[in-house]
Design a protein around this ligand. Structure first.
Ligand SMILES: [Zn+2]
Ligand SMILES: [Zn+2]
Ligand SMILES: [Zn+2]
Length: 133
């Protein structure tokens, strides 16, 4: 049994085919509800926005999915199974890549410069991806 099936089972939930589809689409890249809807439609899988939203909320509650903010007011969702990381966003094709940074030094510097109690941070990079160059 894979992890997600196990987590859902522990919470008394079933890994329905609808949940499977949403989960599968999120494997590729962070997406908005509308993008998920379009991806599903492209696969001839019909699901309404409310259902997708409800699935995302339940995934988020279980810690399977997290919100990604790329500074454009859109909320995207991505699978939360990987390490803390940042994003590279292509301004031409809007593709999104993950990048992991060694940021201990940076975090220490921020801490030294303020008495702010930091809970989280996001740091995204914008430019042109390899394919679009
Ligand atoms: Zn970071
Ligand atoms: Zn691109
Ligand atoms: Zn990511």
């Amino acid at each position: 049994m894979d992890t997600i099936t196990k987590i859902l089972k522990e919470k008394g939930q079933r890994f329905t085919s609808q949940k499977k589809e949403v989960f599968c689409i999120l494997k590729h890249k962070p997406q908005t509800v509308l993008e998920i809807l379009n991806s599903l439609t492209a696969k001839n899988y019909l699901m309404d926005k409310t259902t997708i939203y409800r699935i995302l909320m339940s995934f988020e509650e279980l810690g399977l999915v997290r919100e990604v903010n790329l500074g454009d007011r859109e909320i995207r969702y991505e699978l939360a199974n990987n390490e803390h990381h940042h994003h590279l966003v292509c301004e031409k094709c809007r593709s999104i890549e993950d990048v992991e940074l060694n940021e201990a030094e940076l975090l220490r510097e921020v801490k030294n410069q303020s008495s702010f109690k930091i809970k989280s941070h996001s740091l995204e990079f914008f430019g042109i991806c390899k394919k679009c160059q």
